[in-house]
Design a protein around this ligand. Structure first.
Ligand code: BGC
Length: 741
């Protein structure tokens, strides 16, 4: 401690004099510091650059060390580990005039070194406490490696599985997405934990509407009506801010003719003025530069001008604030006040983190060594993987398997992969930390050497040769049950991984089909980052477990589920389409003036495909069965200002203990704007033993029944409402009530 104090005193002559009275308030400190800053030093604070450690975008500058030393860079990303962050921080605090510490950011999306299931998977657990816990562990690990700031959570709602980034989000529902945004922000940073060495600043991204890219093609144009923007895309950001998120990242997309990074009405007027956001806005990777390609800025200088004007505070990797702000301010095209406001917001977060007191406080090798990939973290990773698995099919109760009686063989392309299990955005995760499916099952069966295994099937559009199929069939000839891994490798979902045809690769389906032609019972273990189109697989397989990309504990997690130690309970948070033509597809659609009635021509339908998804939102089976009964609402008519209690009896009618996610939907039958035919407004998770029955209760309040009118005001329309409770969005009990003002 003594040494550290001496060191800090030596390194921070300017700052430490201002800090001498420890309790001087932040504003005084920051103002004092800003008075000493030159224009160039201020511009340095609003410039964020990547190191050459990792490539998360198209351009890599190799000047970052020089930029730090010359005070032209206030924050870095893609820099982590204790030695590296210390090395870079040392340049900032020893070689620059004002010794302002750097802020280190990184994409810690689903774990730092202990990689948890991808965020879409985690959302299928519907376990907000556990989601908060995985974010908390990610924050602990990341902060020990010197990181202060994570570029997460991604709170983009998306209804399009062609978009590869759905894997980073919480699915298609705004209400659930908002609850998950809150949980993740709490896990990363709060409430009130900023400044502690085990919390990191979170960043809500991508503001806003990125999930609406036309045809799911990444970075593509978005056409979003004002109503949809406010109803569907904005609320998870508001929820995350209310939970304390301190930064927001702009999106790449163009919204109705104005790219998000230059969108003054959304950034400055809504986010900063109306919502009162006090943190800072960072762009996405070179998205200021991209304003030129978008055709909205005349040149790069103009792009810098537009984005500062719009409310951007920090330029990620573009170098355009660095190159042009001085000149823009001199020529009065931007104001010094705008820059000062941005700098203050950034310094304020550095101050809250405690970096002016000790710029190295997060880079702590002892803490790093004691927690990284800790057994307790792996345990949470396993639990989260198991809760996020969704049992999509289980014909004749094939699952769970019996360890004693069932002979199995393992086939498929993802059997022994380790790296793919992490999915995209795996931060400091290492493939070697991940336990493969093969190893997990093998270990579970006690290192059963007779387990037959063959890696077969591809991720492209190829088909299997006759030889490969024969080999697989030969191997399976004296075994009844095949466990078949299928799906995507980790490059097939994520950023810049849109798929026009998000199907299961043909060779994999071909293998399944060949096995079924020999009457094998096939359990499909699906690994992927998005809903896939898999109608044929659904019709062929006997059982299907959607595992998503489950993270480090994939193997043991699935073994325990396959053999019944753990009963799956995940429920889908994104609809699975039957065919590409149904996309965008989502449960909370509006009714249309001609709702679908089978067999009648003049209504809303396809002539070549059903309207129904393959698996609806909220869907997921269990080894046991649940029965819903006796749905009751505490009043009718009800009064808006008084809480409404909804209850339902839930019984476990099967043979296994199980966890059920009980979902509550409402329908507002008559609004100031048209309302979706179903909107999620609550859920409860309940664990029940066989033959056990419980009454599950929900309380609904005024806010659950408000909606937006054409002027985007929150309004209530008295009248008829439908209250629905059930096990998924297409399987509900329902009661009609009247709510009066
Ligand atoms: C992504 C962001 C990410 C950033 C930094 C961009 O390409 O869109 O989500 O945070 O890179 O890695």
């Amino acid at each position: 401690m003594g040494n550290r104090y001496t060191f800090i005193m030596a390194s921070f002559l300017v700052i430490s004099s201002m800090l001498s009275a420890q309790d001087k308030n932040k504003d005084v400190f920051i103002e004092g510091l800003m008075e000493q800053m030159t224009l160039e030093e201020k511009i340095g604070q609003v410039s964020l650059f990547t190191t050459d450690w990792e490539s998360t975008g198209p351009t890599i500058r190799d000047t970052y060390k020089k930029d730090i030393a010359s005070g032209q860079c206030g924050a870095l990303f893609n820099a982590h580990t204790v030695p590296f962050t210390r090395e870079l921080q040392k340049i900032a605090v020893e070689e620059t005039r004002l010794k302002i510490p750097l802020l280190f950011g990184y994409d810690v999306i689903h774990g730092y070194r202990t990689i948890f299931p991808i965020p879409l998977a985690e959302s299928c657990s519907w376990d907000l406490d556990l989601i908060e816990e995985t974010a908390r562990i990610a924050a602990k690990e990341a902060s020990s490696a010197g990181l202060h700031w994570t570029f997460a959570p991604m709170v983009d709602i998306s209804r399009d599985p062609r978009w590869g980034r759905v894997m980073e989000g919480a699915g298609e529902d705004t209400w659930l997405g908002s609850r998950i945004a809150e949980a993740r922000v709490k896990g990363f940073q709060g409430p009130d934990r900023i400044g502690q060495t085990d919390a990191v600043v979170s960043c809500l991204k991508h503001f806003v509407g990125y999930g609406a890219s036309t045809a799911g093609r990444d970075y593509h144009y978005t056409e979003i009506s004002a109503l949809t923007m406010h109803e569907l895309y904005l609320p998870p950001f508001k929820a995350g801010l209310d939970a304390g998120a301190l930064t927001v990242m702009t999106a790449f997309n163009d919204i109705n003719g104005m790219p998000a990074t230059a969108h003054k009405p959304l950034l400055n007027d809504l986010l900063k003025q109306t919502w009162g956001f006090k943190g800072f806005v960072v762009t996405d990777y070179t998205s200021i530069n991209e304003l030129v390609e978008h055709g909205i800025a005349a040149d790069e200088r103009d792009a810098a001008r537009m984005s500062l004007n719009a409310g951007v505070d920090m330029d990620m990797q573009g170098g355009l604030f660095q190159a042009h702000l001085a000149n823009l301010i001199e020529s009065k095209e931007n104001t010094l006040d705008q820059l000062d406001d941005a700098v203050k917001r950034i310094l304020s977060i550095k101050y809250d983190l405690g970096l002016f007191e000790d710029p190295y406080k997060f880079s702590d090798q002892t803490r790093y060594d004691s927690i990284i990939l800790h057994t307790a973290h792996r345990k949470v990773a396993r639990e989260m993987a198991q809760k996020s698995f969704v049992l999509l099919k289980n014909e004749h109760q094939l699952l769970p398997l019996s360890k004693e009686n069932d002979q199995v063989i393992l086939l498929g392309p993802l059997l022994d992969t380790q790296v793919d299990l992490m999915g995209a955005w795996s931060a400091a995760g290492e493939g070697e930390d991940c336990i493969s499916i093969q190893k997990g099952i093998d270990d579970y069966l006690g290192g059963n050497k007779s387990l037959k295994v063959k890696k077969i099937g591809a991720f492209d559009n190829s088909m299997l040769s006759e030889d490969q199929i024969n080999q697989a069939l030969e191997l399976a000839s004296d075994t009844d049950i095949v466990i078949l891994t299928m799906g995507e490798n980790r490059d097939m979902s994520g950023e810049a991984a849109s798929r026009a045809n998000p199907v299961i690769p043909p060779s994999q389906t071909q293998l399944l089909s060949a096995l079924k032609s020999k009457d094998k019972k096939v359990v499909v273990l699906l690994m992927n980052g998005r809903p896939l189109i898999m109608t044929e697989v659904d019709s062929l397989a006997d059982a299907i477990i959607e595992m998503w990309w489950p993270g480090v504990e994939a193997g043991p997690a699935i073994a325990e589920v396959l053999y019944g130690d753990v009963n799956p309970s995940g429920k889908l948070t994104m609809t699975f389409p039957r065919s590409v033509g149904q996309i965008p597809i989502y449960y909370n659609e509006r009714n249309t003036g001609r709702p679908h009635i089978p067999g009648i021509k003049w209504n809303t339908q396809f002539i070549d495909e059903s309207n129904d998804p393959l698996y609806p939102f909220g869907y997921g089976l269990s080894y046991t069965s649940f029965d819903y009964d006796n749905l009751n609402v505490s009043c009718n008519p009800c009064l808006l200002e008084e809480p409404i209690t909804v209850s339902v009896n839930l019984s476990n009618t099967g043979l296994y203990k199980g966890r059920e996610v009980v979902q509550l939907y409402i329908r507002d039958k008559h609004g100031k704007t048209t309302r979706p035919a179903k909107e999620l407004r609550g859920f409860e998770t309940v664990e029940l033993n066989p033959d056990e029955t419980v009454m599950v209760k929900f309380e609904l309040n005024k806010s659950d029944f408000l909606h937006l009118d054409m002027e985007l005001r929150e309004v209530f329309q008295a009248g008829d409402f439908e209250i629905m409770v059930g096990g998924h969005s297409q399987d509900v009990l329902s009661v009609n009530i009247v709510i009066e003002n």
